[in-house]
Design a protein around this ligand. Structure first.
Ligand code: GDP
Length: 200
């Protein structure tokens, strides 16, 4: 799959706009500021495809990037930004419910902060993916900010708190350094080919 060949396809704010063309949708979710845009940019090896540092909570729509005509990277709106109004929270929840209910997700990529225990919202979000029944990959991002000796205990805590199953995959990741990119790309490529994810 040629990740250089990417185009911004559309921004969806309602279910009629979700593409239903059979191309696998790889859905990226995570709380505001966890590095979701940076992860997508790292996968694409671009600096500014997904917009980093865009005012958190302001963008309640779903952005679709089409890679090599083979898969959509779907940038779901972030959550957990404190200054968001009730009405914006409600819009977020409605759009996310509509997207998950549409049954379009081929692979869920859920990003958490490798440094911290998952929040209540993170635990709920993981459950949405697990209930969706799609293959599920968790990225523990910002790994570069952890001391070496904290890596393993933190990953264990994320695994436990998110109640990950044997079939779920946890990848230590750094959007900043590129750590974990190859493993993530492999997962995306398997799904784009319509194959199950094989891990060692
Ligand atoms: P988003 O709100 O989830 O899309 O997060 P952004 O991609 O905008 O990133 C939020 C901040 O975290 C930015 O300042 C990024 O440069 C920083 N960031 C993202 N990923 C990493 C990472 O792996 N390591 C470090 N050190 N910083 C990161």
């Amino acid at each position: 799959m040629n990740f250089q060949k990417v185009e911004f396809k559309l921004s969806a704010a309602s279910p009629e706009q979700f593409p239903k063309d059979g191309i696998p949708q790889i859905a990226f979710a995570g709380k505001s500021n966890v590095g979701k845009s940076s992860v997508i940019n790292r996968v694409l090896q671009r600096k500014k495809m997904a917009y980093v540092g865009s005012s958190p909570g302001k963008t309640i729509h779903i952005n679709y990037f089409l890679v090599d005509e083979a898969a959509y990277l779907v940038d779901l709106p972030g959550y957990g930004y404190a200054k968001v109004s009730q009405s914006e929270k409600a819009r977020w929840a409605k759009l996310m419910e509509q997207y998950f209910a549409a049954g379009l997700i081929s692979l869920g990529i859920f990003i958490v902060d490798a440094r911290h225990a998952p929040t209540k919202n993170d635990i709920n979000m993981a459950k949405w993916f697990q209930d969706a029944g799609c293959p599920f990959v968790v990225l523990a991002n910002k790994l570069d900010k952890l001391r070496k000796r904290d890596i393993e205990p933190n990953l264990d805590r994320i695994y436990g708190d998110l109640d990950l199953r044997d079939t779920d995959i946890l990848i230590p990741f750094s959007a900043e350094k590129g750590t974990g990119r190859e493993d993530l790309v492999e997962c995306i490529e398997c799904i784009a080919r319509g194959e199950p994810i094989v891990t060692e």
